[in-house]
Design a protein around this ligand. Structure first.
Ligand code: HAM
Length: 427
């Protein structure tokens, strides 16, 4: 029987894993210098954690959640994103810090029942940050700064940062009155989903990709024109700080992002090198009412998440390298017969204690093919252990790059051995 992985999931290994580790390793120290610490939350939550925060009329909640009933009849959902889980964790663990900000980052797999295509998976990985405790525009600029630095560090060039503001509760109310009025005579041009959205949650019409709905939206009022004084000032300050930091941005009045929890600043990092709709490598925004909605105090917050799989895909496509490979020397041990393994073990132990990458032939004893394999796998040296080596207590070292061969006395010539393999220089 051949079993395949479920549609929209992937096994991650080899080069892909190298890229993903490079992304995570680049992000973690960046988060650290901005004073973020890591949080790990469960991969599944009570369904309400997501439905109430992301919004029941959003695509994610209405169509894309992996929801199941457990053996005790509880409705649980595999997390489709990280923000709601982190907010739930902050409130549940009362991680409040008084006046100062609480800054958390996470790396995790997310699940959305979407139609899989290039850059869109059903299980995918995100790394993200969430900062709680301030509505100061400088915190917005700081979050965008981190996102920008991360992609710079990874080696991307052709990226654009889109930014918009959804205003506060009050701005939204004013906008929705006008928007609903605008939609009324045009409702028959909307798709069936959007007609329901027009009744229940008109903001979500902006997420629709259908041509007819896009046309209706093209002439519609935009939320940015309904921002109150405070929200306008807030956005302007964010933009001023970004300019001060030398971060290029593009104001995008039609950016809405598919979550109900956002207030004020929202942003997205998109790639000019991806022509499909899946061109967002990361995105985020402010969610000043969510902590309170979860039963916590009135604490404003902001965050973003980066799609790791999509970032890997684009790095590979653009030929961006996943950083410098480890410079550690690697040695492949070829033990010619089982009876020499005892001696071989003594030598390999010594090299592993010197922190060098070592492996050995566990099955095949064919010298020629083993050397060929070791070369293919990019080992620096082969150490050959056979009858002659055991008898005279020496080792044979073959440089797999130059094909030079050396012999050295195992007990008396350790320094010479280390010099041959350049262990000192490479460590
Ligand atoms: P999001 O825009 O839904 O935001 O996801 C962030 C990133 O995850 C996207 O830009 C994309 O790169 C990646 N992504 C999303 N869906 C998929 C998929 N099906 N397959 C592959 N990659 C995908 C959030 O999730 C918010 N929680 C971000 C946030 C944090 N807002 C505030 N704090």
């Amino acid at each position: 029987m051949v079993l395949n992985s479920p549609r929209g999931t992937a096994d991650i290994f080899g080069k892909n894993l190298e890229y993903r580790n490079f992304i995570i390793k680049s992000a973690a120290p960046l988060f650290e210098i901005f004073n973020y610490s890591e949080i790990i939350t469960p991969a599944f939550e009570h369904t309400e954690v997501f439905s109430r925060s992301i919004g029941t009329e959003t695509d994610i909640v209405s169509k894309e959640m992996y929801t199941f009933i457990d053996k005790k009849g509880r409705s649980l959902t595999l997390r489709p994103e990280g923000t709601a889980s982190v907010v739930r964790a902050v409130v549940e663990n009362k991680m409040y810090t008084g006046g100062s900000t609480l800054k958390l980052f996470y790396v995790g797999n997310m699940f959305r029942y979407e139609r899989p295509q290039k850059g869109r998976m059903r299980e995918f990985w995100q790394l993200g940050i969430e900062a709680f405790g301030s509505d100061n525009s400088i915190l917005d600029a700081e979050a965008i700064w981190i996102l920008n630095l991360l992609f710079k560090k990874l080696g991307f060039k052709n990226l654009a940062l889109l930014i918009n503001s959804l205003g506060c509760h009050k701005c939204r109310e004013d906008f929705l009155v006008k928007f609903s009025k605008y939609l009324k005579p045009l409702s028959r041009k909307l798709c069936s989903d959007c007609r329901i959205r027009a009744e229940k949650n008109p903001m979500r019409i902006f997420d629709c990709k259908k041509e007819g709905c896009r046309e209706v939206l093209a002439g519609s009022p935009k939320i940015i024109s309904f921002l109150c004084r405070k929200c306008t000032d807030h956005l302007n300050k964010v933009l001023e700080y970004l300019e001060k930091l030398g971060i290029n941005y593009r104001k995008d009045e039609s950016l809405v992002r598919g979550f109900d929890y956002y207030t004020r600043t929202i942003f997205e990092m998109v790639s000019g090198d991806i022509k499909s709709a899946q061109n967002a490598l990361g995105g985020g925004g402010r969610y000043d009412r969510l902590v309170k909605q979860f039963g916590g105090p009135d604490i404003p917050a902001i965050g973003f998440a980066v799609g790791i799989d999509r970032t890997v895909m684009l790095m590979e496509e653009l030929g961006i390298s996943p950083g410098e490979k480890s410079k550690k020397v690697s040695i492949y041990f070829i033990c010619m017969e089982e009876k020499y393994q005892y001696y071989c073990l003594e030598i390999i132990k010594y090299f592993r204690e010197k922190n060098l990458i070592c492996d050995m032939n566990f099955s095949s004893r064919n010298l020629k093919s083993e050397i060929k394999q070791a070369g293919k796998k990019d080992y620096d040296f082969a150490v050959i252990v056979g009858e002659e080596e055991l008898k005279n207590k020496n080792i044979t070292i073959k440089d797999l790059k130059t094909f030079k061969q050396y012999k050295a006395d195992w007990d008396r010539e350790r320094e010479k051995i280390l010099k041959i393999i350049g262990a000192g220089e490479h460590e």
